[in-house]
Write a protein that binds this ligand. Sequence first.
Ligand code: AMP
Length: 399
Amino acid sequence: MKVLVLNCGSSSIKYKLYDDDQQLAEGLLEKIGTAQAQLNHTVSGQKKTVSVHEILEHRAGIELILNVLQDPEKGVVKDIEEIQAVGHRVVHGAESFSESTLITPEVIAKIEECIDIAPLHNPPNLAGIYAISQLLPQVPQVAVFDTAFHQTMPDKAFVYAIPYVFYTRDHIRKYGFHGTSHYFVAHEAATMLGRPIDELKLITCHLGNGSSVAAVDRGKSVDTSMGFTPLEGLPMGTRSGDIDPAVPLYIMDKEELNLQQINALLNKHSGVLGISGISNDFRTLEDEAAKGDKRAALALEVFCYRLKKYIGSYIAAMNGVDAIVFTGGIGENSDVVRDMVASDMEFLGVQLDADKNRAKERGKAADISKASSRVKVLVIPTNEELVIARDTRRIVSET
Ligand code: AMP
């Protein structure tokens, strides 16, 4: 079955076209809302093509993508009617969705209700859904939620210690994100370990531009570091992560900042960028730290120390762990970060193999722990789009 996977952001659309599990093409349309929107399109196994277009909104962007997919030269289908289903990444499903679902008018209404708590993310996701409803009205659509996998968290993990009415009335609680990635690598880890997932305690670390950790007990997420929004948890490229909640109040008062300004400070100017003053990119930070830049080194240390503490707390929460999994751009590619996080944890049964860690090949899964390590340390490339394609195929076949 040919399934188009769409991930619509505020000014970008990522897409992948699958035929069953085989990826036929992928691409990224950026700078939507301008006359200089750039489309990077790649047919699997071929070179990327780049083109510039005037694309003022998402519907025009998706029309362009559909045209490229059936283009006689750059395309991979003869006719767009070959696409049998479309799967959408939807960021926030709140408590309404604990699994992927076929999109119906009722489902759309519920995703619209979640705009209140995900004002940046859900509107562009919905724009993608509306556009497909108009452009391919016969094609079934499926929503796969970033929050769904974490809906199994017990209330002791998701309730914030603020007046309870804010949970019951305003739905303020920990939701967690990156669920599709945590789900995928947890299942891949079980396959690598050759054990059923319902026997395993896993800690999955998705480390990329946004980073989060999850405690996965017998296949179910029981805790995760991101919260009501993706700002909570680990420090990230430009996000502060956990912070004394009094700090933003103090800064707002002292610097006379309004809500938008403090929001931008915590989301766009903090994290490892804020500490280092140099970059949010871990490659740059590692290079500068190696050259002696103290703040770049400190940024890396803060990030890794905080992750180590999360891992320790999740081992305590689950009363053990069988494997720690690294994924995402940093988790998959930075042996420096993996070493700083997973070394000196022998007390907890974690023995990193420094040579295997350094030698890990790009893009490949690997076990980087010593043979004697009670807790395995795994690196597994994530593939959120593949999960979306599979869920879409399964749900559409069942209906
Ligand atoms: P993602 O959001 O998962 O695509 O991850 C993107 C981030 O991964 C980038 O901002 C980089 O900081 C990081 N990254 C990618 N490659 C490397 C690498 N070889 N070493 C360290 N960090 C990397």
